[in-house]
Design a protein around this ligand. Structure first.
Ligand code: NAP
Length: 249
């Protein structure tokens, strides 16, 4: 059984999909969860669902691509909660296209939302963790950051960048017992993947390269992430955990 001793977590992208499942899983284990998403409705709905189920949650709409907004939100949350012990950088977007057709905006939006956001949140929330000599940071990357993917140069670069960031910060924070790990999902059924998961031809093509021959569930990713945030995961840092049905062996 996993334990979480009076912990508070920030989960970005908690309004839908994988982030929502992570927020709900942590809350079921007694963690107070600050649910962050771009729209207030989306994180508000997750926080309300957690509260209705007997958990503790707060919603906070923040555009994670906006460094100043992240700095302000982090400062306010650190003033409001005695500690923030867990950070899950999960918010992400795709803007797919082959390189010659990829606009500067599509490159920059994907890098800023997926990668630079992790730099900003970690910079603001990790310092108190290092002072407290306890912390858990989990970055939700992707198999695209490990294998690459035609049509996703921006996304793969951002997700690979998250892996480099994870490993560097794991080394920086290790002496303070703050662990930093990455989780790399394959194809998980969420809004991000509905376009092809629900199209028989496209999904059959994808499943050819997935040894387990099915798409993953958000709860699969949430269970692994919760372990990495738990008291029990204190000797695990700097690692990348694929959760992809065996795709990137
Ligand atoms: P999703 O269903 O599209 O949900 C994305 C969440 O991120 C939403 O809550 C969204 O907020 C939030 N978000 C996006 N841009 C934001 C911004 N600028 N500021 C704040 N929040 C923002 O995505 P998902 O499939 O759950 O993916 C979650 C993470 O897993 C992403 O990092 C993704 O790259 C990664 N991943 C997913 C898969 C997959 O197969 N699904 C595979 C590998 C990796 P709103 O609700 O307000 O829109």
């Amino acid at each position: 059984m996993l334990t979480f001793t009076n912990r508070t977590a920030v989960v970005t992208g908690a309004g839908r999909g994988i982030g929502k499942a992570i927020a709900e899983t942590l809350a079921r284990n007694g963690v107070t969860v600050i649910c962050v998403s771009k729209s207030a409705d989306s994180c508000g709905a997750t926080a309300a669902a957690i509260t209705a189920a007997g958990g503790k949650a707060k919603a906070r709409a923040v555009d994670v691509a906006d460094g100043a907004a992240v700095a302000q939100a982090a400062a306010e949350l650190l003033g409001e909660f005695p500690t923030i012990d867990i950070l899950v950088n999960n918010a992400g977007i795709t803007r797919d296209g082959l390189l010659f057709r990829m606009s500067d905006a599509d490159w920059n939006d994907v890098l800023t939302t997926n990668l630079t956001s992790c730099f900003h949140w970690t910079k603001h929330l990790a310092r108190p963790m290092t002072r407290a000599r306890w912390g858990r940071i989990v970055n939700i990357t992707s198999v695209s950051g490990i294998m690459g993917n035609a049509g996703q140069a921006n996304y793969s670069a951002a997700k690979a960048g998250m892996i480099g960031l994870t490993k560097s910060l794991a080394r920086e924070f290790a002496s303070r017992s703050v662990t930093v790990n990455a989780v790399a999902p394959g194809f998980i059924k969420t809004d991000m993947t509905t376009d092809f998961v629900n199209k028989p031809e496209a999904s059959a093509k994808i499943l050819e390269v997935v040894p387990l021959k099915r798409f993953g569930e958000a709860s699969d990713v949430a269970t692994l992430t919760a372990y990495l945030c738990s008291d029990q995961a204190g000797y695990v840092t700097g690692q990348v955990f694929n959760i992809d049905g065996g795709m990137a062996m």
